[in-house]
Design a protein around this ligand. Sequence first.
Ligand code: NI
Length: 173
Amino acid sequence: MLLDIVKYPDPRLKLICEPVTQITEELKRLADDMLETMYKAPGVGLAAPQVGRSIRMLVMDDASGEDAKNPRVLFNPVLSLSGDDVLSEREGCLSVPMDYRADVVRKSDVHLTAMGIDGEPIDEHLTGFSAIIAQHETDHLDGILFIDRISRLRRSLYDSRLRKWLKRRNRNA
Ligand code: NI
């Protein structure tokens, strides 16, 4: 089932999400729905608060190419960042309107621990694109969007463009 994606500036995107204590059947269905919604968008990651659930859960797929699929579901992910600063070019987010994109400074290496869909422990070292996605999605669980990590100037330019866009859209609605 496709889910509605919560859009900035919805205050639900600012919440610190709660840990998941038990992976229920309902959460497994939610994971399926989140993956379906992410692939349809299309996107490479989606966090629970983006579909209105304030819990520490995300889905991602770092496979490139149309047919390759590598869906991952992570509960209670914890990242430890290391390595170099890297520029994540033209980062975007399904919750950030107008398909706005900007460069974001991220870390090159991520040590990820989490729980998988069947409650199995995950303990991995991520680099490259997967490391970037994991950082972006885990940020969502702490109420942080990529536009919180760009310069004040870029952010205020974006916010004023967005205000005008929303006003125009509401007028036409
Ligand atoms: Ni996002």
